[in-house]
Design a protein around this ligand. Structure first.
Ligand code: PLP
Length: 387
């Protein structure tokens, strides 16, 4: 069988060998608890602090102490949104009870907004334009003395559209409102400078940047207070639980490599553009996402007359891993909330395909996809027309 073609780096990424090598000693002989005072513990502590500095460097943080380690991107989002909302609520004696977000957020964000609504917060979700972009004017119109926090994602996980976070954070700052951004998809793919962006909090996840699953980090600007989601003295009382030392070490190395290789984004983009041009030759295919303000590694399409889930299965049979974006239920696709918010009609949205390149991608992968996809689309359309 041909080599597996993996074109789903927005879903997860392979762990790089350098990351595995750095982690192994902390799963074997260096098993100490970083909170223990003796040498074995302090060896782990040193490794955690070195990793913290590497994550801080990737994000342009002023100080490594602004990085809090978590178990994943979802936890980072929840810690920022729930922690920030409750803190602002408490400091304002209950006056600030509104959270603003967008209609294209990841489920981690949508979920905690739902929980906050159950607890008495109001949640306002701004819409997006046809390219998936939030209008800062729409956020400005909603901001008031009641706003506790604004959370708008940096880059979308389905279509890759990059939001105007700098403008949004400036609006929040002017009103004394906390700002958070979910940078799980943008970290390591485009440069991030939290100082320039001006956000108070920013979430990342290990497994999207060639570190293992089950580790994440939250940037918390110095002086920003949060009600902790997991209580305990670790992470300076900001996140309880004994640190996942090996995975944190892995995340640090992945961030170090990502920072060093940010310049390679242009290579991904060239590969992505070739892929995109080839795919767009297929009849009845449209591209989704902003034409320019978009992650360099991903491309998103909708095909008329087919089901995205069936396309994923057809390509899997050719050894090619891709995603249809929308959640799959009972073997067929439902229109994603992101495409729906962008105004894509349901019958078009359900025929979606997301292709995302990464560290392991090659030109040969692009060739394989471009050879297999037209065949798969044609076959599925024939089947669809016959039923
Ligand atoms: N936010 C975005 C934009 C994502 O794409 C994801 C994962 O797909 C997450 C948050 C959640 O990250 P994790 O899988 O580490 O919980």
């Amino acid at each position: 069988m041909d080599k597996l073609v993996y074109l789903d780096h927005n879903a997860t990424t392979p762990v790089r060998p350098e990351v595995v090598d750095a982690m192994l000693p902390f799963l074997r002989e260096n098993f100490g608890n970083p909170n223990s005072p003796y040498f074995l513990g302090q060896r782990a502590r040193k490794a955690v602090e070195e990793a913290r500095a590497k994550v801080a460097a990737l994000l342009g943080a002023e100080d490594p102490s602004e990085i809090v380690f978590t178990s994943c991107g979802s936890e980072s989002d929840v810690a920022a949104i729930s922690g920030g909302a409750w803190q602002a609520h408490a400091e304002s004696h209950g006056k600030r009870n509104q959270v603003i977000s967008s209609r294209v957020e990841h489920d981690a964000v949508r979920g905690i907004l739902g929980v906050l609504r159950l607890r008495g917060f109001t949640g306002d979700m701004v819409g997006v334009d046809k390219d998936g972009l939030v209008d800062p004017g729409a956020v400005a119109a909603l901001l008031s003395d009641k706003t506790a926090l604004v959370s708008i994602m940096h880059a979308n996980n389905e279509v890759g559209t990059i939001q105007p976070i700098k403008e949004l954070a400036a609006l929040c700052r002017a009103r004394g409102v906390l700002s958070h951004t979910d940078a799980v998809q943008s970290a390591g793919k485009i440069p991030i400078d939290v100082k320039a962006l001006g956000v108070d909090m920013l979430a990342i996840s290990g497994h999207k940047i060639n570190a293992p699953k089950g580790v994440g980090a939250l940037y918390v600007r110095k002086g920003t207070r949060l009600v902790p989601t997991i209580t305990g003295h670790q992470e300076k009382n900001r996140r309880g639980g004994t640190e996942n030392v090996a995975s944190i070490v892995g995340l640090g190395v992945a961030c170090e490599l990502a920072l060093k290789e940010l310049g390679h984004a242009a290579d991904y983009q060239r590969m992505r553009d070739r892929l995109e041009a080839g795919v767009l030759k297929i009849q009845g295919c449209r591209r989704n996402g902003h034409p320019q303000r978009r992650l360099p590694n991903c491309a998103h399409f909708s095909f008329e007359g087919i089901d995205g889930h069936h396309l994923v299965v057809a390509l899997d049979m050719e050894g090619i891993c891709v995603s249809s974006g929308p959640a799959c239920s009972s073997g067929s696709s439902t229109a994603s909330h992101v495409l729906t918010a962008m105004g894509v009609p349901p019958h078009v949205a359900t025929g979606s395909l997301r292709l995302s390149l990464g560290w392991s991608s090659t030109e040969a992968d692009v060739d394989r996809l471009l050879a297999a996809l037209p065949r798969a689309v044609e076959k599925l359309r024939r089947v669809h027309a016959a039923v």
